[in-house]
Design a protein around this ligand. Sequence first.
Ligand code: GLU
Length: 470
Amino acid sequence: MSQPSDTPVVTRIAPSPTGFMHIGTARTALFNWLYARGRGGKFLLRIEDTDRARSTPEATDAILRGMDWLGLDYDGEPVSQFERSARHAEVANQLLAEGKAYKCFATQDEIEAFREAARATNSSTHYHSPWRDTPASDHPDAPYVIRIKAPKEGQTVIRDEVQGDVTIKNSQLDDMILLRSDGTPVYMLAVVVDDHDMGITHVIRGDDHLNNAARQMMIYEAMGWPLPVYAHIPLIFGPDGKKLSKRHGATGVEEYQHMGYPAAGMRNYLARLGWSHGDDEFFTDAQARDWFDLPSIGKSPARFDFKKLENLCGQHIAQTENAALLHEIEAFLAVTGQPPLSDTKIPLLEAALPQLKERAKIYPELLDKAHFLLTDRPVRPDEKAAKALDPVSRGILKELTPHLQNASWTRADLEALLNGFAEEKGTKFGQLAAPLRAALAGRAATPSVFDMMLVLGPDETRARIQDAAA
Ligand code: GLU
């Protein structure tokens, strides 16, 4: 039985909280979010915390922070898989009552002996429990697990929106355990019960879960539940075609946040990682929501291209409205533990943003270009800038100051004034630029001298030039 096509879409991201939030998890979350949001559907978050030894609250927090930073809003509260274990056990017991599962009393030693014998004769090591057809009257009073009765013949076809039809011989499926002897449910059961109860219509996840799908389908089948639509997406590779790892660069979502990548650029790039819409590289969230579809997900692993990510991030910074950008920069400073912008600096930065945002790919780069306005008098020139403030240059700056006294503070007038002054001195504006950069920013590489003058205003500009000339 499959999902009726008119059911409203419900997708989910189901991370295991066992460390930091991997960039691959973020990409899977994004795909699910785009798919649901583009169809007026719901996008849910489930924390798969059944593995008590490996799950930590810190890892859950990292996932919540990552989702929040990436703007991947989910509907309702996050679901804890662990808290639902009673429900998982209930389903195992229902299957038992219906004869679709059975109590298996085999001991670990017996199972090991079976496997050894199977290996010796080169036959399937899938365990066939002798208890599958034993009547309850012959059951001992001993610990047992509940196993599903896997189909013995035929085949299971996973109809996958990305991989196509994937056929698995049922002889490959074993009577997997649903409930352990201590009454705890296994992960495979938990996933299916949760997806069903949460009304998940589309399971979009990494293709490392493709094999699980066949085993999970047995449970849907046994419960008579409609199957979700499956889309198993290829993993992310590094530029060298090997699975993305630390060797290639940052793999944690928060690392990117702390390095100052804009979330919109991350979303754009992650969407392109394994999915395409013609030749479009740069797009907005609204476009991505409109365009995103499962058939356009590639079958082969996408390679993480750090240059492309930076490039898209630069375009997104340039496209972000100033007020929103300011807000993001303030959030970046806060999350990286840097001092907040003071009330006097905020309007200056706002005034400079239209120029600055055209040239920065990440926030630290933008803040570095904003150094001239973030710094206070007296501006301390760095080593390179200090060289531009030799006695001759300082003399020229001194002469320049009175010219700026009643200057009209527009770009055109300032350009005319400085060019005129340079000519008077028998030189070119280019010669003036280095000492002016040093005076205004204390650096050799800065935004344009005129941009800085306009942002700093007449009083501050004159004062800085006077400081440098003295
Ligand atoms: N918890 C699994 C993981 O983090 C995801 C399971 C699923 O999506 O079905 O890889």
